[in-house]
Design a protein around this ligand. Structure first.
Ligand code: NAP
Ligand code: MG
Length: 474
């Protein structure tokens, strides 16, 4: 390994933490404890915040062109860690290497390049009638990230924050912190000034409180569960910090009446089953025409039977285990709950044991009512809920009957018809037919899926505030 996972990164140096405690990382496929990172304490976090605070004065006054040039160096350095990233995500997350290559690795390279391109087109000064509006960084930004796309969530925060002239304290998820070490090492090698980026590892339940209340922190960018996001935002509000919340989802996929539903299958399967369903935007509620339910059930079974569940290191594997013991237990309990609530499993089953890894077969519940807990709560596993509708109005109502509004998708033989429905869905992003994600577009939630946007130009702008200089002097 190119970095020492026993250290933390503060003020431009990999250093031993004050804490003696560690967090052991378990490979969810083999159950082997294969690495450990520091479980940082208050003293470690204070040191990281101090370093970021000290660095802010100088960094915020650097010129955007120079920051872009350093970020370009960082990107080159990070891209050279390609194989190591894929290997670590297989081991810490259980992500199959076939899926990881693009989603956990190369897509993150694309994202970094998108931010750099957006920064080149960024307008830091706007002349108005009798004033000039300038964009300025917030200050020290705490970035707190989840385990499901460990790098994806970090890249979307750290890269734009630093490009905009902020300094950063990064706290990755406790059980998937390893690729954060690689990213920070790339920043280190690129030659960013001391204190611009700092990495602490440790329990969010302990460190989150400090990061969301500390007077030297100006902004908290959080991705994670809605439950934690709410308490973090409440704590941060006491000192009126800027918060960006990227939270949970229970996204709907509406299929409008079609002769052939096969073209919609890839989006469905890749969204709800790849990454073992541990995707915030997973299309976990499929809403289909009642008259075609038998045909659709047959197709679903056919598609799911093609998926290979197994060893993440095997290139032919589609689905690995879920990420950890807690997630295994959560998904298992939702499978039991769905049966108790009266839904039936078209495929998949309640897992019997985790003695050979945290494996859960792709599962599809049919005869689901949207009022059931399995249709309302985020399961965050390879579990699809199928519901039927009689009219398009009903389909839209079911899609919008959720506390969440992160993502959605519409499939229709006619694009214009799909578009009309897309406009009526209350979600931060809606896909039409086989459209792909655009990394330069804004990403974020409606309702309890959060607020604030990540990605591209909108993502850069979140990490800045505006100052108006009234300069029409007489
Ligand atoms: P989580 O439990 O909310 O944790 C997210 C991060 O917050 C972790 O770093 C965690 O640290 C930390 N944390 C825990 N308790 C905290 C507290 N009291 N104060 C501050 N920070 C705290 O979420 P998760 O289980 O890791 O991730 C799954 C969730 O993330 C799902 O709901 C998913 O939908 C959501 N998500 C949303 C998006 C999006 O863009 N909208 C993207 C990906 C995931 P520890 O790891 O030490 O607990
Ligand atoms: Mg959690």
């Amino acid at each position: 390994m190119s970095v020492d996972f026993g250290k933390i990164y503060i003020n431009g140096q990999w250093q031993a933490p004050q804490t003696q405690n560690t967090i052991a990382l378990q490979n969810p496929a083999t159950l082997e404890f294969f690495a450990q990172v520091p479980d940082c304490n208050e003293v470690d976090v204070e040191a990281a915040i101090d370093a970021a605070d000290t660095a802010f004065g100088g960094w915020s006054r650097t010129n955007l062109k120079d920051r872009i040039a350093l970020m370009e160096k960082m990107a080159v350095c990070f891209e050279s860690m390609h194989d190591e990233i894929i290997d670590l995500e297989a081991r810490e997350l259980g992500a199959p290497i076939s899926f990881s290559r693009y989603s956990h690795c190369e897509r993150q390279f694309v994202r970094i390049r998108c931010f750099i391109e957006a920064a080149k087109n960024l307008c830091l000064e706007t002349k108005l009638k009798s004033s000039t509006v300038v964009r300025e960084p917030w200050g020290v930004v705490a970035c707190i990230t989840p385990w499901n796309y460990p790098l994806g969530q970090i890249v979307q925060k750290v890269v734009p924050a630093v490009l905009m002239g902020n300094t950063v304290v990064l706290k990755p998820a406790s059980n998937t912190p390893l690729t954060a070490y690689l990213l920070v090492q790339a920043f280190h090698r690129a030659g960013f000034p001391n204190g611009v980026i700092n990495l602490v590892t440790g329990r969010g339940s302990r460190l989150g409180r400090i990061l969301s209340t500390h007077p030297k922190i100006a902004m908290v960018s959080f991705t994670g569960s809605t439950e934690v996001g709410k308490s973090l935002a409440a704590a941060a509000a006491q000192s009126v910090k800027k918060t960006v919340l990227e939270l949970g989802g229970k996204s709907a996929y509406i299929w409008l009446k079609a002769d052939d539903y096969r073209p919609a299958m890839h989006k469905l399967v890749s969204s709800i089953f790849f990454n073992s369903g541990q995707t915030c935007t997973a299309l976990s509620r499929l809403i289909v025409p009642a008259q075609d339910i038998e045909k659709i059930k047959k197709l679903l079974v056919e598609e799911v039977s093609k998926l290979k569940l197994g060893d993440p290191m095997d290139p032919s594997t589609d689905l690995g285990p879920v990420a950890n013991k807690a997630q295994f237990e959560t998904v298992k309990s939702y499978l039991q709950l769905g049966l108790q609530e009266g839904a039936q499993l078209l495929c998949g089953k309640v897992p019997e044991s985790d003695a050979n890894g945290f494996y859960i077969e792709p599962a599809i519940f049919i005869n689901v009512k949207n009022s059931m807990r399995i249709a309302q709560e985020e399961i965050f596993g390879p579990v699809l809920c199928v519901m039927t509708y009689e009219t398009i109005e009903q389909a839209i109502a079911i899609a919008n009957d959720s506390i969440y509004g992160l993502s959605a998708a519409v499939f229709a033989p006619d694009k214009a018809q799909a578009l009309a429905v897309a406009h009526r869905i209350r979600a931060g992003g809606v896909y039409i037919n086989d459209a792909l994600r655009d990394e330069s577009a804004p990403f974020g939630g409606y309702k309890q899926s959060g607020h604030g946007r990540e990605g591209g130009m909108a993502g850069l702008e979140e990490f800045s505030q505006t100052k108006t200089i009234f300069d029409n002097c007489h």
